[in-house]
Design a protein around this ligand. Structure first.
Ligand code: HAM
Length: 430
């Protein structure tokens, strides 16, 4: 029988790597908590219409990458429905914001999430079909100050602090403004016109995008197309005064915090919901998939999915990519060692070993228990791989209450009274 494997583009996360995942998640919770964010958990699948209307029918994500299926009715009272595994979480958060009337409090909602997302992309390093995002959204009625450029700057400052606290070095912040819902059609019309003349000299993808989705031409990475793209009209020249003022205010607040950025006029991002500020934090160590995280403002998204006016801004980080970056920085992650390996000497001592381990674990120690059938040499070898110390438990030790403990680092062997063992083991690695 052929063996079954994890589906292409999905993977198992194993220890010790999962420790790094947990560290990233707890750092995110700690940092976001200091900015007074609360956690939201939305379902992993939603009505397909949410993404079609929110993310945009013409985007690559919706047109090519979604896992969508027809959920059949199981009873007369039910209707068949098209469902989709979420390719991103912003649309789900805004749906929940509308569904629960979160705007009615008049307060700004600051919500973060951690969880899997699904896109049917071509898998490669840093790009998976199931991946995990850590994201956050700041959304609320206009009266809550949700439109203020201060919100954009605060989110960016929080991200810089998070990456610093996590220990990721060498990141680069790219920022742009894609203007308001009225600036963009003006720019797209001019861009389309300019592309008409040059598209025939460009790559096949650009030729197609020039007609269907001209903004995506700006994402092209083909070297020969670069001089042509650089000479195309730039969105900055089509922003109205209000949009320009918003963008300058965001940049001024970043300057005040000493956060270094690069304005990139080509950063338009692949979702229909963006307006004004868009940004990406990139990292050179990631290769082709160099975006650690991306985000932006989405002032019209709530209305696009049938809700009230609720301007917002947010981001999502690729957790898989944070892990890759930290691993590349620190080298391979080593498994954490247990505090002690309890080795019963002889099978009759097995349950006594379990009792001793129970005492030590209840004192907060990380303990491995061997097996009485092991020869003493094997117990030492196994203990040395798994733990800092070995505790030998034979009939003598059990009767006398004096345990033989060897520290693998110093090679020192001592006798320690059972009552003093937990504190001695704690002290051995402090
Ligand atoms: P996004 O740029 O599509 O934005 O994704 C954000 C991040 O998720 C990317 O920068 C990348 O690190 C990670 N990512 C995306 N696709 C994959 C993949 N196939 N494999 C591994 N990592 C991936 C959004 O999703 C928006 N919802 C962000 C946002 C929130 N905008 C406003 N609020």
């Amino acid at each position: 029988m052929s063996t079954l494997k994890a589906v292409r583009g999905t993977r198992d996360l194993l220890p010790p790597e999962t420790e790094l995942w947990n560290r990233i998640e707890s750092t995110a919770r700690a940092v976001f908590g200091r900015y007074n964010f609360g956690e939201i958990r939305t379902p992993v699948f939603e009505d397909t219409q949410l993404f079609a209307r929110g993310v945009g029918e013409e985007t690559d994500i919706v047109s090519k990458e979604m896992y969508t299926w027809e959920d059949r009715a199981r009873a007369q009272s039910e209707k068949a429905q098209s469902l989709t595994l979420r390719p991103e979480n912003t649309a789900g958060v805004v749906r929940a914001y509308i569904e629960h009337g979160l705007g009615e409090s008049g307060m700004l909602q600051k919500l973060f999430y951690i969880g899997p997302q699904f896109r049917r992309e071509r898998p490669q390093k840093g790009r998976y079909r199931q991946f995990s995002q850590i994201g956050a959204e700041v959304i609320g009625p206009v009266s809550s100050g949700s439109e203020s450029p201060l919100r954009d700057a605060e989110v960016l400052e929080m991200l810089a602090s998070f990456l610093d606290e996590l220990g990721i070095t060498g990141w680069k912040l790219l920022i742009n403004s894609v203007g308001s819902a009225s600036d963009r059609p003006r720019y797209i019309a001019v861009l389309k016109e300019a592309l008409r003349a040059v598209a025939p000299q460009m790559c096949g993808d650009c030729q197609r995008r020039a007609e269907t989705n001209p903004l995506r031409v700006l994402d092209c990475k083909i070297p020969e197309d670069q001089p042509i793209i650089e000479a195309l009209p730039r969105i900055a020249d089509y922003l109205d005064d209000q949009s320009k003022a918003h963008f300058s205010a965001v940049l001024a607040a970043l300057d005040a915090c000493g956060i270094v950025y690069e304005v990139s006029h080509r950063l338009v991002r692949g979702f229909d919901y963006y307006s004004h500020t868009t940004f990406e934090f990139q990292h050179g160590g990631l290769g082709a998939q160099n975006a650690l995280l991306g985000g932006g403002r989405y002032d019209g998204l709530s209305e696009m999915i049938g809700g009230p006016k609720a301007p917002g801004i947010g981001f999502a980080m690729g957790e898989d990519r944070l892990v890759l970056t930290l691993e590349a920085q620190a080298g391979q992650v080593h498994p954490a060692l247990a505090d002690a390996y309890v080795a019963p000497i002889g099978e009759p001592l097995n349950s006594a070993a379990l009792v001793l381990a129970r005492e030590l674990r209840r004192a907060g120690l990380r303990i491995e228990v061997g097996d009485g059938s092991f020869r003493i040499k094997k117990s030492f070898e196994t203990g040395n791989k798994l733990a800092r110390n070995i505790v030998l438990l034979g009939e003598d030790e059990l009767q006398s209450g004096m345990l033989t403990v060897k520290n693998f680092d110093s090679g020192e062997q001592t006798k320690i009274a059972r009552e003093a063992l937990a504190s001695a083991l704690t002290a051995s690695h402090e």
